[in-house]
Design a protein around this ligand. Structure first.
Ligand SMILES: [Zn+2]
Ligand SMILES: [Zn+2]
Length: 370
């Protein structure tokens, strides 16, 4: 079968002929892959910043944002049936019996760091024509989401973040008075840093939860990302016309910041504008650059005197995948054009080179695999 792979030892990205996987255990499921999304992680792997092939392999098949269709199931499979659409999870548990996270199926919180990830770390990924994996990693998707389900995996970042936001904020009287027809955070204001796919999907999740949502990003208006945000009722502010002070002034009390840029300087400047009882969520992984100065006294004073919480979040558990599938269905009904316009192009596998190593363009580009 055809697959897109990196060879870190020779720094090559290629379309390769790869053995088609077969069912080996009674709980295995075989997928015919429909499509895979291209994201910053794939592009960084293709720039050889990280990405580790499985033991004994020279190459790593990449791809972790995907949609497949079940074409064969082992004798003991109960979660899915032939013909189901599924989005597989990415991370697999570490082998250690003392890792309470992995033992409990929460490898997204693995303690040891010895987890593996399909398409990223020591396991082949999903930019291939066929995939086999255990049914416990499969998340069934309704047929009506076929055209947008490749967005399920990137949306899990916001879903996992929001699950934790509600958990953490339960410690204080943060919830809004119940109002008919309004979602739970209707009295709260959120700022999203960055308007890439993670930021835009995060903004949709925040608006859908009731937050008055502002997105702060580099590009001047008008631009396609600001158009998407307008369709969902979020406000786009460009860094070219608004300082962070102007942003904070316009928002008022910043109850939540959802960071989706991996620009650490911007993020730490923004922490200084986090409001009383506010919560700041980091999702980006910056490369290492020269250190920058921050006002630690101001930050520490605010954290203490304003009861603030700052946390980071990576990967996603089953609850986040299920929340993502549910919410993508809601988004697709509420804002059909906005959701569709997140996918800016669909390309055949032969276009891998331009998509993975050429200049970044569009919002979410997708590679069709069959
Ligand atoms: Zn991704
Ligand atoms: Zn673990």
């Amino acid at each position: 079968m055809r697959a897109i792979a990196v060879m870190p030892s020779s720094k090559q990205v290629s379309l390769i002929d790869h053995p088609e996987p077969a069912l080996t255990r009674p709980t295995d499921v075989k997928l015919r892959m429909i499509e895979a999304g291209v994201c910053g992680t794939d592009r960084e792997i293709c720039a050889f910043e990280y990405g580790t092939p499985p033991a004994g392999s020279e190459h790593l098949v990449i791809g972790h944002e995907s949609l497949g269709e079940v074409i064969a199931v082992g004798a003991a499979v109960t979660r899915v049936m032939i013909g189901d659409l599924v989005v597989p999870m990415v991370r697999r548990p570490c082998p250690h019996s003392y890792c309470m996270a992995c033992v409990n199926g929460r490898q997204d919180f693995c303690f040891t760091g010895d987890f593996t990830e399909r398409g990223i770390k020591q396991r082949h990924g999903f930019m291939a024509q066929y995939v086999v994996d255990d049914e416990i990693y499969m998340n069934p998707v309704p047929e009506e989401l076929r055209g947008v389900a490749v967005l399920v995996e990137p949306l899990t970042i916001a879903e996992k973040a929001l699950i934790q936001v509600w958990d953490v904020q339960q410690r204080l009287p943060w919830s809004c008075a119940k109002e008919p027809g309004k979602a739970q955070a209707h009295c709260r204001r959120a700022v999203v840093l960055g308007a890439g796919p993670v930021g835009l999907l995060g903004a949709m999740a925040l608006v859908n939860s009731g937050f008055e949502t502002y997105v702060y990003a580099r590009e001047p208006v008008p631009n396609p990302k600001a158009d998407v945000l307008q369709m969902i009722g979020a406000k786009y502010l460009s860094a070219q016309t608004h300082s962070l002070e102007a942003l904070a002034w316009q928002v008022g009390n910043v109850d939540l910041v959802y960071e989706a840029t991996a620009a650490s300087r911007l993020a730490f400047d923004m922490i200084q504008h986090l409001g009383t009882n506010g919560i700041f969520v980091f999702t980006g992984v910056p490369g290492r650059k020269a250190p920058v100065e921050i006002d630690t006294d101001l930050m520490m004073r605010n954290l203490v005197l304003k009861n603030q919480v700052v946390f980071g979040t990576v990967n996603a558990g089953r609850g986040a995948f299920e929340g993502s599938i549910r919410d993508l269905g809601v988004f697709a009904k509420r804002w059909p054009d906005a959701v569709k316009s997140l996918i800016t192009g669909r390309y055949g596998m032969e276009n891998y080179c331009e998509l993975l190593t050429g200049p970044a363009r569009g919002i979410k580009n997708v590679i069709q695999l069959n």
